[in-house]
Design a protein around this ligand. Structure first.
Ligand code: VGL
Length: 196
């Protein structure tokens, strides 16, 4: 039997897109291909999940309070909303992360849905064995999510045409991808995403 698959969209939020508080260069350029992935997974009755940064105003994640980043994705703000061009299906399950003052919340696996269920438990409940991951940003939340997924024993595909990186250092995304591949993540583009 064909293994059950799921799509995970990491942090495709306004603040990570151009004009956002922590804009990833060309972060919005991946949205149209992500919409195609969403359509493909939905058509095949595979679940689609999305993670989002959902920070309190005061958090150690922000520079102002000792962290690394300008304030971004503050809960219930426009910056924290998903990009309006992302066609999320109606039955999307959203995992919010970084909600406590001391929690960075890089990985989607640190998130919980609106019932407090974590992503790994939901994947287990739904018998998902293979997860396809795209979104923002390659060198932070996408990487952390992929590596956690591998640790949980899932087969992980990184959607190579559906990611963008912050690249504080020019090679950060390349190095992140190399590390993911070293840990067993497989790279995949849309044309290769064929379900038989
Ligand atoms: C992210 C930096 C800080 C991300 C989140 O979504 O990749 N990057 N917070």
């Amino acid at each position: 039997m064909c293994a059950r698959k799921a799509l995970l969209l990491v942090d495709v939020q306004n603040d990570f897109c151009p004009n956002g508080a922590l804009a990833v260069p060309e972060g919005d350029s991946i949205i149209s291909i992500l919409n195609q992935y969403i359509q493909k997974f939905s058509q095949n009755s595979f679940p689609v999940f999305a993670s989002r940064d959902w920070h309190p105003v005061t958090t150690h994640h922000f520079k102002e309070f000792g962290g690394s980043w300008p304030a971004h994705c503050v809960e219930n703000t426009r910056g924290a909303a998903f990009h309006p061009s992302l066609d999320l299906p109606e039955n999307i399950i959203v995992f919010s992360k970084g909600m406590r003052e001391g929690q960075d919340g890089y990985s989607a696996f640190e998130g919980v849905d609106d019932q407090g269920i974590c992503l790994f438990d939901l994947l287990k409940q739904q018998d998902v064995e293979e997860i396809f991951i795209g979104g923002l940003a390659t060198d932070y939340c996408v990487k952390a999510s992929c590596l956690d997924a591998v640790k949980q024993g899932l087969k992980v595909y990184l959607l190579i045409d559906g990611i963008k990186g912050v690249n504080i250092h020019p090679d950060d995304s390349k190095e992140a991808i190399d590390e993911m591949v070293d840990r067993g993540v497989e790279l995949l583009c849309f044309e290769e995403c064929v379900f038989s």
